[in-house]
Design a protein. Structure first.
Length: 118
């Protein structure tokens, strides 16, 4: 039982090197997307001064979260898919699908993973 629990916990968060391909340029583009589609209307987001919504969870410390929306392993691919179309990535999610491209979703993921670096 303990081994199964350990394997589950280890599988939830990828090793840091899975995120090394996310560039600072991508993070800057991601910040612009976040501001354009007003992610801060629902989420508190470090580095985004206004708005600071409370409908969704705070994204402070997101890089350390094991599961996205309590269900998906926190990987760049899962995060980009969830950010772009949360209801498809996790049925029943209250986060709406966002009007962004797949590339923009990857940039948003780069920004979210880099927030702890600021």
């Amino acid at each position: 039982m303990a081994v199964a629990t350990l394997l589950t916990v280890v599988a939830c968060k990828p090793p840091p090197d899975d995120r090394t391909s996310l560039s600072a340029d991508a993070a800057e583009r991601g910040r612009a997307v976040i501001e354009r589609v007003s992610c801060g209307s629902c989420h508190v987001m470090p580095g985004i001064d206004w708005p600071q919504g409370r409908a969704g969870p705070s994204l402070e410390g997101f890089d350390d979260v094991g599961l996205i929306a309590g269900a998906l392993p926190n990987t760049p691919g899962n995060l980009a898919a969830f950010v772009r179309d949360a209801p498809a990535a996790k049925p029943g999610s209250t986060m709406p699908a966002m009007p962004i491209t797949a590339a923009e979703a990857q940039d948003v993921a780069a920004y979210l993973y880099g927030m702890n670096d600021e």
